[in-house]
Ligand binder design. Structure first.
Ligand SMILES: Cc1ncc(COP(=O)(O)O)c(C=O)c1O
Length: 409
């Protein structure tokens, strides 16, 4: 028999630096730790993972099942089913970005498209501007491509989530690609129309490309979504990335897409051939039903999330040592816990760990999203009202006990 890895985890082969240093998304690690605690009989409140918290609408499930029965189980075209690509083109055209089938590539979730875009647009050594705090996969795939992530700050206290001035200060002759994510994970904030105008000018002036991750575009509580790709000259420089995961509660189906200039789409389709060959056709048929079927669940989801958001933000604001802005989009509260950390001497990560291990509440440390996230926790409010109440009671008890342990006797 082959020797098993020994107890120290040593393997009889050398791993590459690229794989040893590959980043991750800590939401998956925290969810796994929470499930381990649950398997020991603990009742964990899950505020860590980015899922809408509702089942996939029935007509979408039925379309997927029907497609399986109809035999949509073989390989299909790498760029996606023409009908789905056409429906996506129509959807983004309605959002003000004229698109044709040739501009669309379908992938297994938005994540592969993030990776493909960076592989297609950044050479090794090129600089890529990424948000901090931001979705950690951006930095990770930039490094994997041999390029250099350059974090730009989100404004966590002011009105403008991202300013053109903050970006301009970080542009060098090596900058090739700007990653925008509006509305943002983890803050739930969005870039204003005025700053989008200024950012678009900056992009043209410095001859940059843009990866615009818009997976939360339809989950807005205030304001309307605007894509940078609507600005003059920007459609030709932008890969718009979107997904069925959040809007249609399809996280596990794995379905997303990119909209981009046709010549780039051809090359990105070649990346699909090299990776997965294609996106499963029955999943794409479900996606087609999502885009072309009734949309009323989106409004209902937004209304439910708004009520949950308000309850969570109100409850957090009532806890000593915590403040929390009201996010205008997505389903994350980014709570400022700096006072609590200062009083307790804990690091952000240690507080998140204590909340999980001692208070049965799974959250994410802001540091999982970049250095600027230090002093913040991300809490997803895509859960039931009862679970939000339970989480608030547990976080309040944690804050009380930490403050009591540290106050002079
Ligand atoms: C900003 C952002 N982009 C992309 C993704 C990935 O989406 P998908 O499930 O479509 O791969 C997520 C998931 O949390 C996200 O928050």
């Amino acid at each position: 028999m082959e020797p098993a890895p020994d107890e120290t985890g040593e393997l009889p082969m050398r791993l590459t630096t690229r794989i040893e240093t590959l980043g991750t998304e800590s939401a998956f690690e925290v969810a796994a730790a929470a499930r381990r605690l649950e398997s020991e009989g603990r009742d964990i409140v899950h505020l860590e993972i980015g899922e809408p918290g509702i089942p996939t609408p029935a007509h979408i499930v039925e379309a997927g099942v029907r497609a399986l029965h109809d035999g949509a189980t073989g390989y299909t075209l790498p760029a996606g089913l023409p009908e789905l690509r056409a429906a996506i083109a129509e959807t983004v055209t309605a959002r003000g970005i004229p698109a044709q089938v040739e501009n669309v590539v379908v992938t297994s979730g938005a994540k592969p498209m993030l990776h493909y875009t960076v592989l297609a647009l950044a050479e090794p050594g090129d600089e890529v501007l990424v948000p901090d705090p931001g979705f950690p996969i951006y930095e990770s795939v930039v490094r994997l491509a041999g390029a250099v992530p350059v974090p730009y700050p989100l404004d966590l206290s002011g009105d403008e989530a991202v300013t053109a001035a903050a970006l301009a200060a970080r542009i060098t002759p090596r900058t090739r690609l700007l990653v925008l994510n509006s509305p943002h994970n983890p803050t739930g904030t969005a870039i204003s129309a005025r700053e989008l105008d200024a950012i678009a000018e900056l992009v043209c002036a410095h001859d940059l490309a843009v990866l615009s991750d818009e997976v939360y575009a339809q989950l807005r509580f205030t304001g309307t979504h605007e894509s940078i790709a609507t600005r003059p000259g920007l459609a030709a420089r932008t890969v718009l990335v979107d997904s069925f995961s959040k809007t249609y509660a399809m996280t596990g189906w794995r379905l997303g897409y990119g909209v981009m200039p046709a010549r780039l789409a051809e090359r990105v389709a070649t990346l699909v051939v090299n990776n997965t060959s294609c996106t499963p056709p029955f999943v794409q048929r479900a996606g087609l039903a999502a885009l072309t079927g009734p949309q009323h669940h989106i409004g209902e989801l937004v209304a439910t999330l708004r009520a949950r958001r308000d309850a969570l933000v109100r409850g957090l604001g009532a806890i000593d040592g915590i403040t929390c802005a009201t996010p205008p989009a997505a389903f994350y509260a980014f709570a400022d816990v700096r006072e609590l950390l200062a009083a307790s001497g804990l690091t952000t990560q240690a507080l998140a760990t204590q909340l999980l291990e001692r208070y049965d509440t799974a959250t994410l440390a802001g540091t999982a999203f970049g250095a600027q996230g230090d002093g913040y926790l991300r809490l997803s409010f895509a859960t039931s009202a009862a679970r939000i109440d339970a989480a608030l009671a547990r976080i309040a008890r944690c804050a009380r006990e930490l403050s009591a342990a540290c106050s002079p006797q």
